[in-house]
Write a protein that binds this ligand. Structure first.
Ligand code: ARG
Length: 466
């Protein structure tokens, strides 16, 4: 009961000094089994490695170890088969597993927790989980990058308007635009790889916070669990959640990239832009307006990013006031990470699908690329190159040409040679060669520029890099 008069018996795992059980509300606020049961496989793997090490070091008998390992494997199959009853009064995954182990193998189960604490145990389980999640992210990002590389190759010559301030700036190619996202998701992937490096240390054996007097071998458990090495400071080990925060930061940055892409898809798929079309597979209709086709998947990717940001801020805030070492506040780390991981996985998968699904309207893109005086810089550059004007003067002359075209409601290329010569006498009819959008993009061959030849080089670079 909420008033603390609950007289349930005390906890079988740690209740030795307790006369009575927890208030119902205490059990409710304390229990993490509702979400940390997700860590069952990691918990069992960690326990098997720990028990094996204990036996190897002569801390427990081989016979007990064999019973423990057998029992743990049985529990693993029970949970996987959905035949395991999780109990809230056992608080968390660690005690649910250990209690079931006792039921299965008897007193030998009580030896498993020698030379460890739930503090290093949870740090281990969660690290293993986050590490696997990072590996999944690496794969998923590689898939997204591959999708973009294919679209970039297909559209290396497709001209579209490039924007700054969402105002038409200069013509670019759609392939070049796709490759911008390859750079962004490539950075995300290298952040993921670095994070795996950073966190690749085993916490088990730090015990409660001070290490242990038992002659354990932490290098052995680290190796068995696929970590590079054990962590080096037992206090830090149980109080550190940097690996979770790093995951969330990376997720937030990748989410920000995904959300910008989502926003572009939303804009590009409007009838006003009409640059791309999403197939029925990635759109929904409206229940009232029969003509509508909505880019819901893109919108949801944009929204998932908000959730991920929330999780990052939540965990940073949970951790910022904690004295060393472990505090129960840290139990609140998992839901944030689980939720963000699910959001990120979904967002990357949905985006990969959309990128492959998009139909590109090259004619619309090209028409838009030529509007808004997008080749004005090409005119100015021509005056510098062919007529020897300083760029600032060329900029001014071009500005007058734009103003004239605007007053005549026509494009730069539609101005007559006489009109242009009236603005500057050095202009010849050669100018018309650079005023087309194709000529404009083809000329931008600087390293990393939008010229199709350059974009193809960058595609080749990324294909080789993987
Ligand atoms: N359920 C706990 C968590 O997720 C496990 C560690 C509990 N440790 C303790 N000393 N109460 O953080």
């Amino acid at each position: 009961m909420a008033d603390g008069t609950d007289t349930k018996s005390s906890n079988q795992m740690w209740g030795g000094r307790f006369a009575s059980g927890p208030a119902a509300i205490m059990e409710e606020i304390n229990a993490s089994i509702g979400f940390d049961k997700k860590l069952f496989a990691q918990d069992i793997r960690g326990s098997i490695a720990h028990a094996t090490m204990l036996a190897h070091q002569g801390i427990i008998s081989t016979e007990d170890k064999d019973k423990i390992v057998h029992g743990l494997n049985t529990i693993l199959s029970e949970i996987e088969a959905g035949n395991f009853e999780f109990s809230r009064s056992l608080e968390d995954i660690h005690m649910n597993v250990e209690s079931r182990l006792a039921a299965l193998i008897g007193p030998a189960a009580g030896r498993l927790h020698t030379a460890r604490s739930r503090n290093d145990q949870v740090a281990l389980d969660f690290r293993l989980w986050v590490k696997e999640e990072l590996q999944k992210c690496e794969q998923a990002l590689t898939g997204l990058i591959a999708a973009f590389l294919d679209r970039a190759e297909e559209h290396a010559d497709t001209v579209m308007p490039g924007f700054t301030h969402l105002q038409t700036a200069q013509p670019v190619t759609f392939g070049h635009h796709c490759m911008a996202y390859v750079e962004m998701f490539g950075r995300d992937r290298s952040r993921v790889r670095h994070a795996i490096e950073h966190m690749d240390e085993s916490p088990i054996g730090a015990a409660a916070l001070a290490g242990t007097g038992f002659p354990i071998d932490r290098h052995m458990t680290a190796k068995a669990l696929g970590f590079r090495e054990p962590t080096r400071n037992s206090i830090d080990t149980v109080s550190d959640r940097d690996f979770a925060i790093e995951f969330l930061s990376i997720a937030a940055i990748a989410g920000m990239h995904l959300s910008r892409l989502a926003e572009e898809i939303v804009i590009w798929s409007t009838p006003q832009f009409g640059f791309v079309r999403l197939s029925d597979a990635f759109s929904t209709g409206s229940s009232i307006m029969p003509q509508k086709k909505n880019p819901d998947a893109a919108e949801l990717v944009r929204a998932k990013t908000g959730r991920i940001n929330g999780s990052l801020v939540a965990l940073l805030t949970i951790m910022k006031g904690l004295p060393l070492a472990y505090s129960k506040d840290m139990q609140e780390d998992k839901e944030q990470v689980f939720d963000a991981a699910e959001s990120l996985e979904l967002a990357i998968a949905a985006m990969t699908g959309m990128v492959r699904d998009l139909t590109i309207n090259a004619a619309r893109m090209k028409a838009a690329a030529g509007s808004g005086y997008s080749t004005a810089t090409d005119l100015a550059d021509w005056l510098v190159r062919e007529a020897g004007l300083p760029f600032r003067d060329a900029h001014h002359v071009t500005g007058r040409a734009v103003a004239l075209a605007e007053s005549k409601s026509c494009d730069l290329a539609e101005l007559s040679l006489e009109d242009l010569q009236a603005i500057h006498p050095a202009i010849t009819d050669k100018i018309f060669d650079v005023l087309t959008v194709e000529a404009s993009v083809a000329s931008r061959k600087s390293f990393g520029g939008t010229a199709p030849s350059e974009v193809r080089k960058q595609i080749a670079f990324w294909r080789a890099r993987n």
